[in-house]
Design a protein around this ligand. Structure first.
Ligand code: GSH
Length: 198
């Protein structure tokens, strides 16, 4: 079910009373919240190959380490919401974090391409894809170049492979729609913030 985040449904509040956020997976009437936990649940519950997480415990740990880094450091929201001097600082930090990730890909995932999982997208591809695939919309809104192919060639090749994957292509909104959606979100959040300050 598609959720209007400006006017949250009763079922969202009932299924995710703690964070009141999407996504929520409802399976056999029982809710599971938080994207990464949903992915692990899918991997644990359904029997398919290849799995989203690798079998090898060290490789699993590396995938989880970088997923955690992405969750904490590769965030679109501060880029969209900040202004002025703060915005310049946020953009600088974002680019530095993408550079750290670039080095991490080189060190921990060399030989794996086009995806972290090799041939098909896995856990880390989905975690990173959910924020990074919209990078061109964020570049347009901030007016900053965030992913620089000359500096981040591995990341750039990965994001290109992800964006052109048939399933991603089918589900990702078109560029203009994405820009409008993010701008709408920015306006709505700014209004909420000014209402709480008033
Ligand atoms: N850590 C959560 C974050 C989810 C999240 O931020 N969802 C946003 C939409 S992308 C949301 O529901 N926002 C509504 C709100 O903040 O009130 C996850 O990975 O599932």
């Amino acid at each position: 079910m598609l959720e209007d985040l400006g006017n949250k449904s009763e079922s969202l509040l009932q299924y995710n009373p703690v964070h009141k956020k999407v996504p929520v997976l409802v399976h056999n009437g029982k809710p599971i919240a938080e994207s990464a936990i949903i992915l692990e649940y899918i991997d644990d519950h359904w029997n398919y190959a290849p799995k989203l997480l690798p079998e090898d415990p060290y490789e699993r740990a590396m995938v989880r380490f970088w997923a955690n880094f992405i969750d904490e450091k590769i965030l679109s929201r501060p880029l969209v919401m900040s202004e002025g001097e703060e915005k310049a600082e946020v953009i600088k930090e974002y680019i530095e974090n993408v550079s750290v990730l670039e080095e991490g890909i080189k060190r921990d995932f060399s030989g794996k391409s086009p995806f972290f999982n090799c041939e098909t997208p896995g856990y880390l591809d989905l975690v990173l894809g959910s924020s990074a695939c919209s990078y061109r919309a964020i570049e347009e809104i901030t007016g900053a170049k965030l992913i620089i192919p000359e500096i981040h060639p591995l990341f750039f090749d990965w994001v290109t492979a992800m964006k052109t994957h048939p399933v991603v292509k089918e589900t990702i909104p078109l560029h203009e729609g994405l820009v409008n959606r993010v701008l709408q979100y920015k306006q709505q959040r700014a209004l909420e913030l000014s209402n709480t300050k008033a």
